[in-house]
Design a protein. Structure first.
Length: 488
């Protein structure tokens, strides 16, 4: 297949969060399967040091209703993998941040990403050959307009009608909702601005454009797909229920070439499920790094952005109970100021028991995964999550709230004794979290059982190749859907 992967961020050109990783690893895995894959992403300021080749034949003028901007294109080839086409307009993308700066989102994000979507549509239309099986896979609200453009333009341009489109929503907390007058920039007829179209409570909703325009819709975990048919749909649950038969789910993956304690160069000692001895050295190093007391109590780690949706309001309420448990607790992350102040005060008041690193330090994340005994992830909601996948591979046992991808990827040792890979709790309460964590701490004292639990966790397979195979099947279904619509 000829696959165009349209995304607002993609490593190594740009990355804010997990989407940047997905937009690197899935194309790479699909290319390894023999598909011709091109990632399309804006050319942000952070991309300027890369060796880029201009694609002058793709240059085009983009009509944004009250203005016109020129889109220029550059190509970057990843050796032995996929290619990346970067869409440039200095007025929109030559900025210090991708979606915003320290003061918040950019005020012209609607204009910026409508421009990007229309430019990507134009380039794909030029690059697609009628003899190829073409898939356009778009991600989150900044690209939601793209499948809608294909849906509308296919009626005018028959050669576009065979192109299969897929839209993936990674997190419906961010939907790309803008004032109604921004709809004019899409170039679509105003008949599409209704409650059955792109209108959302009087505003323009670009995620809704993707949900209505694509042949198939995907999201990033089976549980999250179900949750977004209800309250987690953030107002779009009605649209998702109408398109339920076209909704699929594919879990994120892990690059085991990078996240593998057997060969990880960033950790003090290597180990695997057949020889766990190196984890003791990793644990000892972690104790020194965080200034913990060096006793036999288990170490639980929280590696996360310090946000309410990540469970930090729950952690704050539960802290008196957490401090009474026989374990050490370490935090690493950045986020909201009030959580930073709270954790600083807690760490200062409990030296040796609570450790804190207010940073996002990738090598340190590896060292935490290798040295900790437990990963605590009490998110209020979590579409997929990556930290628990890393933890499983490193034999660091997840204790998670049963939501989204956390529920899908952790087998509960509390309900499946001797077959679990971690511990889960359902209610978003301090009591429920403390109960699950207390059980994990108690089980830690049974050396043989805990070792068996670690080995089961480390054997789990969440590779990107598995995810790419799932997307292959979805692409085939999307192509079939396109043909069915074309033939009437």
């Amino acid at each position: 297949m000829r696959i165009f992967f349209v995304t607002p961020e993609a490593s190594p050109c740009s990355r804010v969060g997990g989407l940047g990783d997905v937009s690197y690893h899935i194309p790479k895995a699909l290319a390894a399967k023999g598909h011709r894959v091109t990632v399309m992403v804006p050319k942000y300021r952070v991309s300027e040091e890369m060796p880029l080749s201009p694609l002058e034949d793709l240059t085009t003028e983009i009509d944004l209703s009250i203005s016109r901007r020129t889109a220029t294109f550059f190509q970057y080839d990843l050796p032995g993998a996929h290619s990346i086409i970067l869409v440039d307009c200095m007025d929109f993308f030559d900025r210090p941040g991708i979606y915003g700066n320290e003061f918040g989102d950019y005020d012209d994000n609607a204009e910026r990403f409508i421009f990007f979507s229309k430019a990507a549509f134009s380039a794909i239309a030029k690059l697609s050959a009628p003899t190829e099986y073409v898939i356009v896979h778009t991600h989150d609200w900044p690209t939601g307009l793209v499948p809608m453009l294909f849906k509308v333009k296919a009626k005018e341009t028959p050669e576009l009608a065979s192109i299969g489109t897929v839209f993936t929503y990674h997190n419906l907390a961010n939907q790309g909702t803008f004032p109604y007058y921004d709809f004019a920039m899409t170039g679509l007829d105003w008949s599409h601005f209704t409650y059955q179209g792109l209108e959302f409570h009087g505003n323009l909703n670009l995620t809704k454009a993707g949900l209505l325009g694509a042949h198939l819709i995907t999201t990033v975990s089976h549980r999250y797909a179900r949750e977004t048919l209800g309250p987690e749909g953030q107002g779009l649950e009605g649209v998702l229920k109408e398109r339920r038969k076209d909704l699929r789910s594919v879990l994120h993956g892990v690059d085991y070439g990078l996240w593998n304690p057997k060969c990880d160069p960033t950790v003090p000692a290597n180990y695997d499920q057949n020889d766990l001895s190196g984890k003791a050295a990793c644990r000892a190093s972690l104790i020194r790094l965080f200034g913990l007391d060096g006793d036999a109590q288990p170490i639980a780690a929280i590696v996360s952005r310090l946000l309410p949706r990540k469970g930090f309001d729950l952690i704050a309420k539960a802290m008196p109970g957490l401090l009474k448990l026989p374990f050490k607790l370490i935090f690493m992350g950045t986020g909201e100021d009030h959580f930073i102040s709270f954790l600083r005060e807690t760490a200062q008041a409990n030296p040796g028991k609570v450790g804190l690193k207010l940073s996002h330090d990738p090598p340190l994340i590896h060292q935490i995964m290798a040295g900790a005994d437990i990963l605590l992830a009490p998110s209020r909601f979590e579409p997929c999550g990556l930290e628990q996948l890393y933890a499983l591979k490193y034999g660091t046992i997840p204790v998670v709230r049963a939501t989204g991808g956390l529920d899908d990827t952790v087998i509960d040792e509390l309900t499946k004794r001797g077959a679990g890979t971690g511990y889960k709790f359902n209610d978003y309460t301090p009591e429920a979290m403390l109960e699950a964590l207390s059980k994990a701490i108690s089980d830690f004292d049974d050396t043989a059982a805990w070792r068996a639990l670690m080995i089961r966790a480390m054997k789990e397979d969440y590779s990107w190749d598995r995810a790419a195979s799932a997307y292959e099947e979805i692409y085939i279904q999307a192509l079939a859907a396109a043909v069915k619509i074309k033939e009437g």
